[in-house]
Design a protein around this ligand. Structure first.
Ligand code: DGJ
Length: 744
């Protein structure tokens, strides 16, 4: 049992051999006090010696009691207005306009396993022995509102998942203004905050900053988790490295507006909260209705940032991604976007598919431009009918021809969007998210359908279903190319306009769910102008994500390194594209492009009919290599070795679970003359095992490879003249090393 309760003191200890989380019920006020979150500590009957109560000049709850200020009590799910002045976890306004809350302890229950959330994505268990869930019931007697706090601890992972649920048991409406998924008060602020930030075509750049007094936060107010910040943040000790030291990771299983906020108070206590962004959020909770927050996944690591990432990788790969594709290697694909953009016809598509088939590529993906009159980005989104001029045999005809070649066929959709020239827009202008009497701003000439309306979701499902049920489609790329502006729904009451964003994303989840239910074998790849919705919420429905529209190998080093903070390799869509690269104009060797893209779900995004024989041969070899290694890449343990944000050299590796094999990628961005000596110290190998480096045919023990490293400098003793005649590698070079365990 990973949850122990002291019934007398009402203390709760969630623990396994990696992590402990302790809180209690306060004697007088019956609210919850947080006592400890961190590395596993031995269970004892009581932890009341962990209570800290200094006398401070502050407002106190009880007359004559100078230690009852919530400003100085570490809490589980803090409220505002009764002696705590920091940002709270929740805010509720009642019918008299008051926003004071007082949720007091009622009861607890322990559930074997981990119940799923209602209409929201979440991590799960395959067997109830994998986790235990503690549910605490609190009640506000004035509001007549129940608050359920849910804590699930995985038995064998340093993972605790939290969410909250409010149930209105009064006769009147109450308004939720803030409903965070988690809140933790840490006793000190000696942390650096690490997070992922970026923009279109340069997503998931790793940022870190020491905590300072006051508020520091990451957020989205755009309707998608966004390119700007990923819904992830970590607090790490200043001396923590990739492989040593403490880190707390927080990842929100949600694809809409979020907030991850850290507040350091004047006593250096640190409050972290994460959940739906309270900005532009309200929820009108009617009698007997409930509101459930998304799930926040909290990971503790004492093996550095990389240790935290490995926990996220395993959990998300094994217990967030679902269904047919969860444990399967993914097909190598070719996507026509950068090959043709909108300018294609059936003949062109078939020539690309045939050439791709010849080199062993398995899946052809037809991107944007196959429907309506879409010859550029000004029209047709929402008219999900094939463009007969380009594809006279329809999607069903084309998909048949491609599957007859022995390839799978995939199709692009942007289901949430609409252009004004379409059928759907003309018949239902009210289905667009826009504010009456205000400008409706466009993004890429398109508008957003109000997915908060069930009839819209059902209508789009029907249109997609018409195509899916009549064609051989085994993959869908689901794109989303603009953020929400002028948020408003004519379908909602004036008091409910703060619900637009959350209802929207629930509608997106609903459409995914309907499609998955009917087409469980379709592989979904989510995309939002690249990585604007690369989040755990999406992974629950779409096992892989197009990580960025930037396909340049050098830029991808940063994007994929950053993505790997949270997301497993088999969720990171990464393709080899043409040169000069379409986003930055850089020319990189085809080997380096592949050596980067191998560490993800691999594919191509170039006109394979327009390359020379040598490049074709390279592609054929790359495809064979990936096929041979993709199970290892899918299921292996990933280690980041050299950081692209700090150095000209980048390296990472993936090791098989049984340590019998490993692949190391090494990249040198700019070539340097007379440079320093390079060694790559490896990780995760069996120290006593002998390995052969296949590219060199040299053998080494694991301990040598991890402590000395792979030596990249040459030994020119007695052959110094060879140095001068050797062809220099040039910029953007890379090396791949495959290690295989061999018998002594
Ligand atoms: C943005 C995506 O990220 C691209 O890969 C491509 O699908 C285009 N949209 C198509 O419009």
């Amino acid at each position: 049992m990973a949850i122990k309760v002291n019934e007398e003191n009402l203390e709760f200890h969630l623990f396994n051999d990696k992590v402990s989380y302790i809180f209690r019920v306060l004697e007088k006020s019956h609210q919850l006090e947080h006592l400890y979150y961190g590395k596993s500590i031995k269970h004892r009957d009581s932890y009341d010696h962990l209570i800290e109560r200094e006398v401070r000049p502050s407002c106190n709850l009880y007359e004559g009691d100078h230690t009852s200020s919530f400003e100085h009590i570490k809490q589980e799910y803090p409220s505002y207005g009764t002696t705590d002045y920091r940002y709270p976890s929740h805010m509720i306004t009642n019918e008299i306009g008051s926003s004071i809350t007082n949720f007091t302890y009622q009861s607890y229950r322990i559930i074997e396993g981990k119940p799923s959330l209602n209409g929201l994505p979440s991590t799960y268990v395959d067997d109830v022995s994998e986790a235990d869930t503690l549910e605490i019931t609190l009640f506000d007697h004035i509001l007549k509102c129940t608050l359920l706090l849910s804590y699930s601890i995985y038995t064998y992972r340093p993972v605790i998942c939290r969410h909250a649920q409010f149930v209105n048991q009064s006769q009147t409406n109450i308004q939720l203004n803030r409903a965070m998924s988690t809140s933790i008060d840490f006793p000190d602020n000696n942390y650096e905050m690490t997070y992922l930030s970026g923009a279109w075509a340069r997503e998931t750049h790793v940022e870190k900053q020491p905590l300072t007094k006051g508020i520091q936060s990451i957020y989205s107010s755009r309707g998608a988790s966004s390119h700007i910040y990923n819904p992830f943040l970590a607090l790490k000790r200043p001396h923590t490295t990739e492989h040593i030291g403490e880190v707390y990771g927080f990842s929100l299983v949600y694809s809409g507006n979020f907030l991850g906020q850290v507040e350091v108070d004047t006593y250096q206590a640190t409050r972290i909260t994460m959940g739906i962004n309270p900005f532009q959020f309200t929820w009108d909770l009617k009698p007997n209705e409930s509101f459930q927050t998304p799930e926040c996944v909290m990971v503790y690591s004492d093996t550095g940032v990389n240790g935290m990432s490995q926990t996220f990788h395993d959990l998300y790969r094994q217990r967030l991604v679902r269904g047919f594709w969860r444990d399967r290697v993914r097909p190598i694909l070719i996507n026509n976007w950068e090959a043709t953009y909108f300018d294609f016809d059936e003949e062109k598509i078939l020539t690309i598919a045939k050439a791709a088939k010849e080199v062993g590529i398995e899946l052809f993906v037809l991107d944007d431009g196959w429907f309506g009159e879409r010859n550029d980005d000004t029209s047709s989104l929402g008219d999900w009918f094939v463009n007969q001029k380009k594809l006279p045999n329809g999607i069903s005809g084309l998909s048949k021809k491609i599957t007859d070649l022995g390839m799978q066929f995939g199709l692009w959709f942007e289901p949430e969007m609409v252009c004004t020239d379409t059928d759907i827009f003309k018949r239902h202008p009210e289905w667009v998210i826009q504010t009456p009497n205000r400008t409706a701003s466009h993004g890429r000439n398109q508008f957003i359908l109000d997915f908060g309306r069930t009839e819209v979701v059902d209508y789009i499902f029907k249109m997609m279903d018409d195509i899916l049920s009549t064609s051989n489609i085994s993959y869908i790329k689901w794109d989303m190319n603009r953020y929400i502006t002028e948020p408003y729904s004519t379908n909602l009451h004036v008091d409910q306009q703060g619900e637009v964003f959350h209802r929207y994303i629930l509608g997106v989840y609903n459409l995914y769910e309907q499609l998955i239910e009917k087409y469980p074998h379709i592989l979904f790849e989510s995309c939002a102008g690249g990585g604007a919705r690369f989040d755990p919420g999406m992974l629950y429905y779409a096992p892989q994500t197009w990580a960025s529209d930037d396909t340049d190998a050098v830029e991808r080093l940063k994007i994929q390194y950053g993505s790997s903070m949270v997301y497993p390799l088999n969720s990171i869509g990464s393709h080899v594209s043409d040169v000069p690269n379409h986003q930055v104009g850089r020319i990189t060797p085809i080997a380096s492009r592949a050596n980067v893209a191998f560490f993800g779900t691999f594919g191509y995004e170039l006109d394979i009919t327009n390359i020379n024989e040598e490049e074709k041969r390279c592609i054929s070899e790359q495809v064979s290599f990936y096929k041979a290694k993709r199970e290892l890449i899918r299921s292996g343990t990933f280690f980041r070795l050299l950081n692209p944000f700090e150095s000209n050299e980048v390296s990472w590796m993936v090791v098989a679970a049984d340590q019998s094999e490993a692949i190391i990628g090494y990249y040198k961005v700019l070539s340097k003359p007379n440079d320093h000596y390079y060694r790559i110290q490896l990780k995760g190998l069996d120290p006593n095992q002998k390995y052969v480096i296949e590219e060199r045919q040299t053998t080494h023990y694991g301990d040598e490879l991890m402590n000395v490293g792979i030596i990249l400098a040459e030994n020119y003793t007695d052959r110094a003249n060879e140095f001068w005649s050797k062809k220099k590698e040039g910029d953007f070079s890379s090396k791949l090393f495959v290690l295989k365990a061999i018998n002594d």
